[in-house]
Design a protein around this ligand. Structure first.
Ligand code: PEP
Length: 250
């Protein structure tokens, strides 16, 4: 199985010119053996991303989508639109969506099912807050987010789901999770998946780590913590640094 490195550009960059330059800089050097590189730009830059992804070097992903296909839902984007743009992956349930847009496990679950029905691959983000971690509730939170997010998802569809373990306290803080703690969380996530589906699906599911990943720490999550890749926020906006991260996953 190839390692998966996902760039989450969030609400950046602000101009099409900058987005174009960033796509180009990554594209030139992102072809690395055994690594699948996915760039998830804001919706506004997806069409530019499509043009550039067509030349190879990276795959295109989206940062969100709605659970209805069409109709009176102002400001939303549908899986049909994403499919038409040949998007492969969709990030769902990111902690920023949960926090600022009140996305619950139920909403995330509806989105996951919709994405799977369109044959796109969901990246389900889960992770505990600092408060929950301090209160010893990490396992409980992760289990709830996994079972809630995957409720009703059939075994044959579960195979295409990617899980991103992103402790909320590690996102954008510079305070990345230790390799040991990540390893135990990855094992715990596989245990839950095994309980819901079976051992084979759990062993083959791609589980990513995300939270203040930099080129200095990226390789260890894959080599030592058992993660199958990374979800990279801030560091993905610097092409040189992002390429170093991609190379560390080779
Ligand atoms: C993220 O947004 O998913 C993320 C991990 O951000 P950062 O790498 O900036 O912590």
């Amino acid at each position: 199985m190839k390692n998966l490195i996902v760039a989450n550009w969030k609400l950046n960059p602000s101009t099409q010119k900058e987005a174009k330059a960033l796509f180009q800089a990554v594209k030139k050097k992102a072809k690395v053996k055994n690594v699948e590189v996915v760039i998830c730009p804001p919706f506004a830059w997806l069409a530019e991303g499509r043009r550039q992804a067509a030349e190879g070097g990276f795959i295109l992903g989206a940062q969100n989508c709605f659970f209805e296909e069409k109709g009176a839902f102002t400001g939303e984007i549908s899986v049909l639109m994403l499919k038409d743009l040949k998007i492969d992956y969709v990030i769902l349930g990111h902690s920023e969506r949960r926090k600022y847009f009140n996305e619950t496990d139920e909403i995330v679950n509806k989105k996951i099912k919709k994405v799977l029905s369109a044959n796109l691959k969901p990246i389900l983000c889960i992770g505990e807050t600092d408060e929950e971690r301090q209160a010893g509730k990490k396992s409980e939170v992760l289990e709830k987010q996994i079972t809630g997010g995957l409720k009703g998802v059939l075994r044959e569809n579960a195979k295409t789901v990617v899980i991103a373990y992103e402790p909320v306290w590690a996102i954008g803080t510079g305070n990345n999770c230790s390799v040991d703690e990540t390893m135990s969380s990855v094992l715990f996530i596989r245990k839950i998946i095994s309980k819901i589906y079976n051992r084979e699906i759990a062993d083959n599911m791609r589980i990513l780590y995300g939270g203040s990943v930099k080129s200095e720490n990226s390789g260890s999550y894959i080599k030592d913590a058992g993660a199958n890749g990374l979800l990279v926020g801030g560091a993905s906006l610097n092409a040189e640094e992002f390429i170093k991260i991609v190379k560390s996953a080779e």
